[in-house]
Design a binder for this molecule. Sequence first.
Ligand code: MRU
Length: 370
Amino acid sequence: MKVDGKDMRPIWFDAETKTIKVIDQRFLPHKFVVAELKSVDDFIRAIKDMYVRGAPLIGAAGAFGVYTAVSQNRDKRCNNEYLIKECKRLKAARPTAVNLSWGVDKVLDHVLKSNSYDEKLAAALEKASFIVEKEAENCRQIGIHGYPLIEKISRQKNGRPVNILTHCNAGWLACIEYGTATAPVYTAFDRGIDIHVWVDETRPLNQGSRLTAWELGKYKIPHTIITDNAGGHIMQHGMVDMVIVGTDRTTRTGDVANKIGTYLKALAAKHNNIPFYVALPSTTFDWQIRDGLKEIPIEKRDPGEISHVQGLSPDKKLVNVLIPPEDSQCENYAFDVTPADLVTGFITERGICSASEKDILSLFPEKNPG
Ligand code: MRU
């Protein structure tokens, strides 16, 4: 996507240094910082500390992490046992987004088929780059399939602005291009639909107010940041036509793990008869599990993310300030699970389906063991 006229992705292979570079999202929107990831430890830190975040991007980072594990291993003749161990460490960096282990395993499987160091290195780079391009294309397709939903509302409203609420950042910063939840928004905007996005600030790390607002602003898409608790109120007052969110892991039965607070938005949407869509590439389905509440691991993060808030001081320095009493306890659940019955439908790269196993499998019949 373009940032100030320049083509940008959140992760890329730098052919000159032969290393991976990422936008360090911890500092957006106030500082644009690029980080170079040169070792598996760099990747683990970048994923854990959220220089890179968002399910498809974590998957891409995991894939490039395997390339880096190989490239750092010239002396050891790229022993397979060592590689498998490094991949285990990469996969443990964050637990909820299934894309991470998917991306790591896809590249590892490919690499293990090669013998020499040079072959392994070439195989890792080829597969990781393929995954990145495929995810970009998946998101483009999500935009194409999601567009008619927005266009229909626009027609029903005789061209008046379509108000879409989103939570967290499921934009290109979280993917490679276009985003998942934002892909239909970008497509609709490009095709001239009058659109406005309600952006949940998404406490505690403010992915909405920091990242989604930055992305939409750069694209000149009208948007308004609201507190996470405002969603129910604006839904009751007819100010939301549709909700679109992303997901970190969705079961084959349609239960959706996404950023903490998504479940409350789904409940409020159901109560107000507002369509609640989840946009995802097929890489975010966990085909092995059926019960989201019992089987999706929910990450708990550093309580310091709740007690402290980052922002820009009047003298333009990024500062962290303490909000609650110093000795109060905080508990930081990073994700929650929205049960399938609260989801109107999934927008995938193959089209739209309802949140039932039968319908999901009709789009992805190769995942049906029968
Ligand atoms: O903790 P984060 O910022 O990695 O969480 C990201 C989300 O919850 C996104 O909504 C999800 O990954 C979908 S991204 C296309």
